[in-house]
Ligand binder design. Structure first.
Ligand code: UD1
Length: 373
């Protein structure tokens, strides 16, 4: 009998599901993995399964790309019969992508308990599709695992019983520690040895879907590149828009790379002087690595990376990016420290909690959930 049906769908899910699957196996919890196929390119999906040793999914929904409504609806339609066949005791979802919400919603309507890993993060920006996914997934989750304590206050504000919330730390950082020694050196990925360089990632719709915003960002990056070489792995959405808007010449002089595998990206970040990003996960990974990070967004749902980590919220404004960059160049950037429970053991905490929780009735609280105080 399958106890937990685990769901992953898009690139940022894979590094979160890997340690969870391993910890469930280690503690003897019967789990199956389902891939929705939200991300399907070899570079966006298969390479992560290989690099991280994630077991081959028992189920693959092959939904592919589409508008938010189409993609979410397709996942729901195709997930329902699988859920009916497998009849797990619980469905475990991670993160905040469309697949996360879609599967949580189907499970909740079927009366199957929902476990959300990385619950409670809030940007308070409802213009972000991920924020909608976070709020709604948390509302219908029975057990909510959080990566930082600020998430508890967010959940309580939304009326969620703190007894259902458990502070376990960050499973994505479990994966980071587990693979640091295997990380591919940057010189290998870049094809050359750069004494110092920056890494840039951009893929948020708010940064890359509007031509004026994207042009201004690429121009200021071009300036930075003249004093510190910039390596930029290109997300398919960003590449597509750069081509569509006729901005290809704006990439001249940058080290443009394809989407990288996990071990290549880890090595590239580890050896960098600075990372500029609009990703959520990279804000956390740079904090764990102790590498300064400038976040090119107006807000972050991961405030601990600002208060304790190496992250600085800069936004998309070129003048602010220029100023923050020269700050890093003159004083080396924020040092930071490792947040509580980002210690490589988060997935084991989840598995031990589930050991006690799974046999309980629906509606039961977590075993030792951190309390609102
Ligand atoms: C999704 C997640 C976002 C996450 C990001 C990481 C949602 C709402 N968004 O955004 O939270 O940070 O993944 O990458 O779930 N494409 C390919 N190959 C692929 C996948 C996508 O070429 O394997 C192209 C398609 O043209 C697609 C576009 O990229 O339309 C965007 O993909 P999509 O999954 O819709 O959203 P992301 O921008 O990747």
């Amino acid at each position: 009998m399958t106890q937990v049906l685990c769901v992953a769908g898009a690139r940022p899910n894979f590094m979160k599901i890997a340690p969870v699957m391993a910890a469930l196996a280690e503690t003897g919890i019967a789990a199956q993995l389902l891939h929705t196929g939200q991300h399907y390119d070899a570079a966006m999906s298969d390479s992560f399964f290989a690099d991280l040793g994630i077991p081959r999914p028992e189920h693959h929904l092959e939904v592919g790309s589409g508008s938010h409504a189409v993609q979410t609806a397709e996942v729901m339609k195709r997930f329902e019969p699988v859920l009916e066949t497998v009849q797990p005791q619980a469905v475990l979802v991670v993160g905040d992508v469309n697949s996360t919400l879609a599967c949580a919603l189907v499970a909740a309507k079927h009366g199957v308990r929902v476990i959300h890993v990385e619950a409670g993060l809030r940007s308070y920006d409802r213009g972000m599709p991920e924020e909608i996914n976070r709020v709604l997934t948390d509302q219908i989750s029975d057990l909510l695992f959080i990566t930082e304590k600020s998430a508890l206050a967010n959940l309580v504000r939304e009326g969620i019983d703190p007894a259902r919330v458990e502070f376990v730390g960050n499973v994505m950082i479990d994966t980071l520690y587990r693979n640091l020694e295997r990380a591919v050196p940057a010189s290998h990925t870049l094809g050359t040895l750069l004494p110092q360089y920056a890494v840039l990632t951009l893929h948020r719709p708010s940064n890359v879907d509007d031509p004026d915003t994207l042009a201004a960002l690429l121009d200021v990056i071009g300036e930075i590149n003249r004093s510190l070489p910039v390596a930029m792995p290109l997300h398919p959405r960003t590449r597509g828009n750069i081509e569509k808007f006729g901005f290809t010449a704006r990439l001249d002089g940058l080290h443009i790379l394809p989407p990288l595998g996990y071990l290549e990206m880890l090595g590239l970040m580890r050896d960098a002087k600075l990372v500029l990003t609009d990703s959520g996960g990279i804000q956390e990974e740079t904090t764990a690595l102790g590498v300064p990070c400038l976040t090119l967004r107006e807000n972050t749902e991961r405030p601990i990376t600002l208060t304790e980590g190496t992250n600085t919220l800069v936004g998309p404004d070129p003048a602010a990016i220029r100023a923050a960059f020269s700050d890093v160049m003159s004083n080396g950037g924020k040092a930071g420290r490792i947040p509580e429970y980002w210690d490589g053991r988060a997935a084991m905490r989840i598995a031990y909690t589930l050991k006690g929780w799974l046999p309980q009735r629906k509606g039961a609280s977590a075993i030792s959930g951190i309390k609102a105080a």
